[in-house]
Design a protein around this ligand. Structure first.
Ligand code: FAD
Length: 464
């Protein structure tokens, strides 16, 4: 009988283990996407992610049709929907690729068991990571909490495996089951605020490949330094494509080698290490599934976070009076993405200078990022909040002004995203001061005093 390939965040045809195995099994292949966001609660995808998903589903359907196949869309509880599709199509197998978010890790084994009890053949595969969370452990057999030894263990194990080619033929069923239109999933915003996203991104497997190729032609060689410059195009911007599985980390490794770029030194090494951070984030989330809500370091449960809704709103809207923070928050709002250096700087500012709970930041990012990813976002926010998997227990407080001067030395980035500052002289651009530029607010917080207060609050929990 036919095989259902249950697609989730693996919206591609190449290096697609579940799809490949379904083709090898023989018989018709029916690609299915089931919209069941409530099964991911409390972290169901946010608004920017939904925008991406809508377009990515469309792109995948288009690519499948070019192969004589198509994508069947359904909405409803996943197990019930799979069972209904099995009844309608006579399918005898269901294949998918694994995910690692806590809600899905709880759900999928039940689905597997339920279908197997019905006599259905079920297989799951790794399409998403170089190393799955259970494939490496410390000498004591425990999960890693520190990146360097984790990555060393991954490299020792070997991360470079051949990606699978796209299947040359997708055998189709005699009749296709009913499908919803993408519009019926209601993923697009009711009020169209997505103009900035449309201007910045094109979801889909083909664009992911183009973006990778452009990066390998150019920025990757200087990546070790270029990755810290938000005023330049120094990083790959593959994060949303990777999150939705439009491209796989294995394909990236392979493309590096094919371009003659050795992942053992220089820019390519630094870039591959970031893919290592991506795996590490999944490792930590899988083994510490409470971390989206609770600090990895339990001492921080007692941290004296402030409550200050006005400060939170000023941060969210980019109205803090600190140019690099405001420009970064505007980049997030406009494009659904923020440069990594700035994610660290705005997160430090929120959790240290404003001393607001990192959860507020994590939730704002969750809704606004096109690459919102529970593993990476949780790791990033816990790191910034000082309560996560961190090699240096030192309570890092970035000075946003110094960070701006160092990483946006000409103020190009600030001018682009905070137009009222566009005529400010470069030497004042990162600290225009009160009245420095008409229409730009004075800083909502004193950087020195708030840094001191944060360090004192940290001392208190340290000895808790
Ligand atoms: P590149 O520099 O080109 O890196 C290549 C890929 O490596 C990225 O696409 C990403 O998949 C992975 N990667 C890079 N850095 C990290 C990292 N620190 N942790 C995990 N994976 C990484 N990344 C997300 O994908 N989703 C998030 O929701 C997210 N939230 C973050 C929140 C905070 C507070 C911080 C500090 C970081 C967060 N990151 C998140 C990590 C990082 O900022 C982004 O992955 C990166 O900016 C994406 O841009 P890029 O594709 O150009 O990265």
């Amino acid at each position: 009988g036919p095989t259902l390939v249950w697609l989730r965040r693996d919206l591609r045809l190449a290096d697609q283990p579940a799809l490949q195995a379904a083709c090898e099994r023989g018989g018709p292949v029916i690609p299915v996407f089931i919209h069941a966001p409530e099964e991911e609660a409390p972290w169901q995808p946010g608004a920017a992610s939904n925008w991406w998903l809508h377009h990515s589903i469309n792109a995948l359907d288009h690519d499948l049709r070019a192969q004589g196949s198509r994508l069947i869309l359904r909405a409803g509880a996943s197990l019930d929907t799979l069972r209904a599709l099995i009844r309608e199509t006579g399918a005898t197998a269901v294949y998918w690729n694994r995910l690692y978010d806590p809600a899905i890790v709880l759900r999928d084994p039940d689905i597997k068991a339920g279908l197997r009890a019905d006599g259905i053949e079920v297989h799951s595969f790794n399409a998403h990571l170089l190393i799955e969370p259970w494939e490496v452990a410390t000498g004591q057999g425990r999960p890693y909490k520190v990146f360097s030894p984790f990555w060393k263990a991954c490299l020792q194990r070997g991360i470079d495996r051949d990606p699978l080619p796209a299947p040359s033929e997708l055998p189709r069923p005699e009749a296709w089951p009913d499908s919803l239109n993408p519009e019926q999933l209601g993923l697009l915003p009711a009020i169209d605020w997505a103009g900035g996203l449309r201007a910045t991104w094109t979801p889909g497997e083909a664009t992911a490949r183009e973006r990778l190729e452009a990066f390998l032609d150019n920025a990757v060689r200087a990546y070790a330094e270029g990755r810290d410059r938000p005023d330049q195009d120094g990083t790959s911007r593959l994060s949303p494509h990777l999150h939705f599985g439009e491209i796989s980390p294995r394909q990236i490794l392979r493309a590096l080698r094919q371009a003659g770029l050795h992942p053992d030194s220089g820019g390519p090494e630094a870039f591959v290490r970031e893919l290592g951070w991506r795996d590490f984030a999944h490792h930590v989330l899988y083994h510490f599934p409470h971390t989206p809500e609770q600090p990895l370091n339990p001492r921080f449960e007692a941290f004296p976070w402030r409550q200050a809704d006005r400060d939170l709103r000023a941060w969210q809207r980019g109205e803090t009076g600190i140019p690099i923070i405001d420009a970064a928050m505007q980049q997030l709002w406009e494009t659904g993405w923020m440069h990594n250096r700035l994610r660290m700087v705005v997160a430090s500012f929120l959790t240290k200078n404003l001393r607001l709970h990192w959860q507020h930041g994590a939730h704002w990012f969750w809704d606004a990022l096109v690459d919102a990813d529970l593993a990476a976002n949780t790791l990033g926010w816990q790191w910034a909040g000082g309560c996560g998997a961190d090699a240096a227990p030192y309570f890092r407080v970035f000075n946003p002004q110094t960070q701006g001067e160092r990483h946006d030395p000409d103020g190009t980035f600030v001018r682009r995203f905070v137009p009222v500052l566009k005529d400010v002289e470069t030497r004042y651009i990162h600290a225009p001061g009160a009245g420095g530029a008409r229409g730009y607010p004075a800083p909502i917080v004193d950087l020195k005093a708030s840094r001191q207060a944060a360090l004192e609050a940290f001392e208190a929990v340290k000895n808790h």
